[in-house]
Design a protein around this ligand. Structure first.
Ligand SMILES: [Zn+2]
Length: 464
C-alpha cells in the first residue's frame, strides 16, 4: 500500500517536469554522399570527389590505395597505381556518423613506359654485388611518354626487390641470392633487373716477397721508393683503396688476401744492402719495351728462384707503356681458362714483372700500373676485349664485356650490354679510377696461389 503511493507521486513529478521544459529538437542524422566523374581511369588518375553529404560538419576520406586519409570536404586525389579501389567517405555531424563507399578501377596507362637500369657512369657496370649490407648498386628509372620522350617521373615511382618496396634507389642487401629489381608507378611496371648478391669469402693471407733487379745504371732507386709503391699496391689488393660510398668502388670489390713485401735476403741468405733491390747491371742501353730480346735475356740471367721470389726487372726505358707482367702456368690437371699448362713458365722465359726504370714513383699513374702487372702475374687478363662483344676473354663473369676502343674515350666505358660504367677495374687501362679487383678475379688469383708453378707460395715450398 505504502509502496504504491510513492510510485504514483513519482509519476506526477515527472509529468510536471515535462510540461515545464519542452522536448529538445531531434538532431538529424547525417547522410554521407559523394560523386565523381564517370569514365575510364588510367594511372596516374587525378579525380575530384564532390561531397553531397547532408547534416554533416566533418569528413574523412579513405581512398583505399594505402595513402593517408584526408579531411577536406571535396578533395582531389591521384591514384598512381592500377587496381580497383574502395573509396570510403565518413560524414560526421551532431546527429552521428554515416559512411558511403564506392569503388573505382584504375587501369595501366598505355601512354607511358618505365625503364629501369643501373645508374649511368658509376663503378661496376654489372648486376652483381656482395651480400654484406655495405656493397651498393645504384639504379635509375626513366619514365617515357608514348612518343618515347623521357618525362619527369613523380616520386610515386617506387623500386621493389623481390616484391618488397625499397626506400632508396641505392640498393644494399645482406640476403644472398638473386634479387629481382623492378620499378612500378603510373599503373605500369618496368623491366626487371636480376642482381646476384654473393656472400663474400675469407682466405688465408698469402705474402709474396718481391725483388727488384736493377738491370741498368741508376743509383737513385731506394728501398723507400719501392716501399711507397708496395704500400699502395697492398691497400689496393686488400680492396681498401675506396670506401663503400665511393663512386669508384665496384660493388663486387673484394679483399684478395694477397700481400707483397720487399725481400730482405738474397738466395744465399745474405741481407740485401737495399731491401728489395738487387743490382745486377750497369748497362746504359735505352730499350723500347720489356719484350726486347736483350731485355728478356738479361732478365732471365738476373732472375732469382721464382718459387722463392716474385721477380721484378727494372730495365732502362722511357716508354710509359712498356711495363708488362708475365702469365703464370699451371699443372695440366689444375687448368684455368687463359693460362698455359704443363710446363713452368720460368723454363721458357723469365717470369715476373718488367718495369721501365724511368717509370718512376708517381702514385697516380704508376702505382696502379704496377698492381696491374702483378695481376697479370697472378693470371688476370685485361677486362676489355679485342674487337668482339661475343666473348668474355677475361673469363670473369662479374666484369663487363666492352671493346678496347672504349679505353681511349675517357674513363666512362660503354659496355657491350649498353650500360655506361666507370672503368675502375685494375685490369682496365683507366688509371685515374682503377683500384678494384672483383670476386671472380680473386677466384682466379687464389687458384693460381694454390697450384701455379713459379710463385713463392705454399705449394711450391713442398712441390718436387
Ligand atoms: Zn696489362
Amino acid at each position: 500500500m505504502k509502496k504504491k503511493l510513492y510510485f504514483s507521486l513519482w509519476i506526477a513529478l515527472v509529468s510536471c517536469a515535462q510540461k515545464t521544459e519542452p522536448d529538445p529538437q531531434p538532431k538529424p542524422a547525417p547522410v554521407a554522399s559523394f560523386a565523381f566523374a564517370e569514365g575510364e581511369y588510367y594511372a596516374p588518375a587525378a579525380l575530384t570527389f564532390t561531397n553531397t553529404s547532408q547534416n554533416a560538419t566533418a569528413y574523412a576520406w579513405d581512398f583505399g590505395d594505402g595513402t593517408t586519409p584526408v579531411t577536406e570536404a571535396s578533395p582531389k586525389h591521384i591514384f598512381h597505381q592500377k587496381g580497383t579501389f574502395t573509396v570510403t567517405l565518413t560524414a560526421t555531424g551532431p546527429g552521428g556518423s554515416q559512411r558511403m563507399t564506392k569503388s573505382l578501377t584504375v587501369k595501366e596507362n598505355p601512354e607511358y613506359r618505365l625503364e629501369l637500369k643501373l645508374k649511368d657512369g658509376l663503378a661496376g657496370g654489372m648486376l652483381g654485388m656482395l651480400a654484406n649490407g655495405k656493397s651498393a648498386l645504384a639504379f635509375e628509372v626513366t619514365l617515357y611518354d608514348k612518343a618515347g620522350n623521357p618525362i619527369p617521373a613523380a616520386s610515386a615511382v617506387k623500386l621493389y626487390d623481390n616484391g618488397s618496396e625499397l626506400t632508396s634507389s641505392v640498393f644494399k642487401t645482406t640476403a644472398e641470392g638473386l634479387h629481382e629489381i623492378q620499378a612500378k608507378g603510373y599503373g605500369i611496371s618496368s623491366n626487371t633487373l636480376v642482381v646476384n648478391a654473393r656472400k663474400d669469402a675469407v682466405f688465408e693471407v698469402v705474402r709474396i716477397p718481391l725483388v727488384f733487379h736493377l738491370m741498368y745504371k741508376n743509383d737513385t732507386w731506394t728501398t723507400a721508393d719501392l716501399q711507397q709503391m708496395i704500400d699502395y699496391v697492398n691497400k689496393l689488393y686488400a680492396g681498401a683503396l675506396y670506401d663503400d660510398t665511393s663512386p669508384k668502388r665496384d660493388p663486387n670489390t673484394v679483399n684478395t688476401y694477397i700481400e707483397f713485401y720487399l725481400a730482405d735476403t738474397d738466395p744465399t741468405g745474405r741481407t740485401l744492402p737495399k731491401k728489395g733491390l738487387d743490382k745486377v747491371s750497369d748497362d746504359p742501353t735505352l730499350y723500347g719495351t720489356g719484350s726486347d730480346p736483350l731485355v728478356v735475356k738479361n732478365a732471365l740471367a738476373a732472375s732469382w728462384n721464382p718459387t722463392k721470389y716474385l721477380n721484378v726487372f727494372l730495365y732502362n726505358s722511357q716508354y710509359p707503356n712498356a711495363a708488362n707482367g708475365a702469365y703464370p702456368t699451371l699443372p695440366a690437371d689444375k687448368p684455368l681458362k687463359g693460362v698455359g699448362t704443363g710446363i713452368a713458365s720460368s723454363a721458357k722465359t723469365s717470369y715476373g714483372v718488367y718495369w721501365p726504370g724511368d717509370f718512376r714513383i708517381d702514385p697516380v699513374n704508376y702505382f696502379p700500373a704496377f698492381a696491374h702487372e702483378l695481376g697479370h702475374c697472378l693470371s688476370l687478363l685485361h677486362v676489355f676485349q679485342e674487337g668482339n662483344c661475343n666473348q668474355d676473354l677475361d673469363y670473369c663473369a662479374d666484369t663487363p664485356v666492352f671493346l678496347f676502343e672504349e679505353v681511349n674515350k675517357g674513363i666512362v666505358r660503354n659496355a657491350c650490354s649498353g650500360v655506361k660504367f666507370l672503368g675502375t677495374n685494375i685490369m682496365d687501362y683507366g688509371v685515374p679510377s682503377s683500384g678494384c679487383f672483383t670476386f671472380d678475379q680473386r677466384t682466379r688469383m687464389r687458384h693460381i696461389l694454390d697450384w701455379a708453378y713459379d710463385l713463392p707460395t705454399k705449394i711450391n715450398q713442398t712441390r718436387k
